[in-house]
Design a protein around this ligand. Structure first.
Ligand SMILES: C[S@@+](CC[C@H](N)C(=O)[O-])C[C@H]1O[C@@H](n2cnc3c(N)ncnc32)[C@H](O)[C@@H]1O
Length: 216
């Protein structure tokens, strides 16, 4: 999936399709990162920087890494702050030395990384001992919400997105959410990549999950 082509309406559609809950989800992610042992955070798949903004406001320095130059250009424009720097790069080869970061956040990014374990091992490598990783990702709720949510992903989002952006990109969104790990399996992947104390927290009735883990 190419994010370069959907930058224009990306933020607007995030807010619209989440009924503005994305602001809350990102706030929780930033809160879950605390307390940190230092001030250097990697925001992986930073996109247009909506999570990085919250991190910078907390006084940390943020390296925003993403594959998409266009997304990063938007992020840089939105965050003209000396504590934020954006760089193009892949989660599979994070362009930093071992043990660099005190924390890592990744909002709605890991689902797009099909070699999940390779990405997790890279994140583990660049975190310092004692560092913390926090993932925010969509999930298919395992409750009464499951059927209406699936309908929303398969029918409503693609139909509405066609008016504003590239419909196929938003068909991919639902598809990728349905194919992604369930929260327990994703927690297992995190632990198998070397992390310890993986904790999960559902948000919005399990449509979104936070996973938090440590490098010991
Ligand atoms: C759904 S967007 C999320 C962006 C942002 N974190 C947010 O919360 O709005 C997913 C982002 O992951 C990036 N991405 C996908 N695969 C990647 C990879 N292997 N390495 C780095 N970034 C990647 C895409 O370019 C895109 O900007």
């Amino acid at each position: 999936m190419k994010f370069d082509n959907i930058v224009e309406r990306y933020d607007f559609l995030n807010h619209l399709f989440s009924f503005l809950q994305d602001f809350y989800w990102r706030k929780v992610m930033v809160r879950e990162l605390k307390p940190l042992n230092g001030t250097l955070v990697l925001d992986l798949a930073t996109g247009t920087g909506d999570s990085a903004i919250g991190l910078v406001k907390e006084g940390v320095s943020v390296a925003g890494l993403d594959l998409s130059l266009n997304m990063l250009l938007r992020a840089q424009k939105k965050i003209p702050h000396p504590n934020f720097f954006a760089l193009v790069g892949s989660a599979y080869h994070i362009p930093f030395k071992d043990n660099t970061f005190d924390g890592m956040t990744c909002a709605f990014g890991i689902r797009n990384m099909h070699e999940t374990s390779a990405a997790l091992k890279e994140i583990f490598r660049v975190l310092k001992k004692g560092g913390k990783a926090v993932f925010l990702e969509f999930s298919m709720p395992a409750n009464i919400m499951r059927t209406p949510y699936r309908y929303y992903l398969r029918r409503i989002i693609p139909a509405v997105s066609g008016f504003f952006s590239i419909r196929e990109a938003y068909e991919y969104l639902g598809d990728s959410i349905e194919k992604f790990y369930n929260p327990e399996d994703f927690a297992r992947c995190i632990t198998e990549s070397g992390f310890r104390n993986c904790e999960m927290r559902p948000l919005s009735m399990g449509c979104v999950y936070i996973h938090k883990a440590h490098k010991k």
